[in-house]
Write a protein that binds this ligand. Sequence first.
Ligand code: GAR
Length: 204
Amino acid sequence: MSNSHNNNDQPVARLAIFASGAGSNTQKIIDHFRGDNIIHTALIVSNKPKAGVLDIAQRENIPVLIIEKERFFADGYVPVLKEKKIDWIILAGFLWKIPVPLIEAFPEHIINIHPALLPNYGGKGMYGHFVHEAVIAAGEKESGITIHYVDEHFDHGKTIFQAKCPVEATDTPDTLARKIHELEHYYYPTTIRALIAKNEIPVP
Ligand code: GAR
């Protein structure tokens, strides 16, 4: 913990959400923890200066850190994140690989959500629509979400939580994306809470 405390002197976990895209998961996480006693959305980090998630940050009055490739893959911005007293890093549609210095600075405190049932349909280039297209092209009967710890490989660390949804013959990448987002929006915030508060992980 960063040693931040609330009015009741309880430790507060400060989240940095890393996102490259529209940020619908980021919005749900912010909503879920707004006014929370022990979990605080402290920072939005993005590699894309025009990402939709930055409009959310501005509207919600949450500080933003725009990161650049060279520095990210050198020191992982660890000194900045430490200075901002970040405790947990939450990846929500963040498309760069996480460099080793960052993983070492936040052991088992970086988590990701992936829009498929890992270990299938993960890895480099497997994000958003590409994942749903591949799942449909393979004729899968179900897909889902995976929330997992982050290690130095894409979509690889230990699984924390999975939930499934059916893939119908009529599904398109768009309709499947909607089902997946629905699962993500409910289970990502609740799983984050369970993990940080050391409660039971939700049962799908
Ligand atoms: C989410 O569906 C997330 O699972 C996916 O990006 C989307 C971001 O949506 N992440 C990956 O594909 C990581 N490999 P959002 O910007 O609306 O939250």
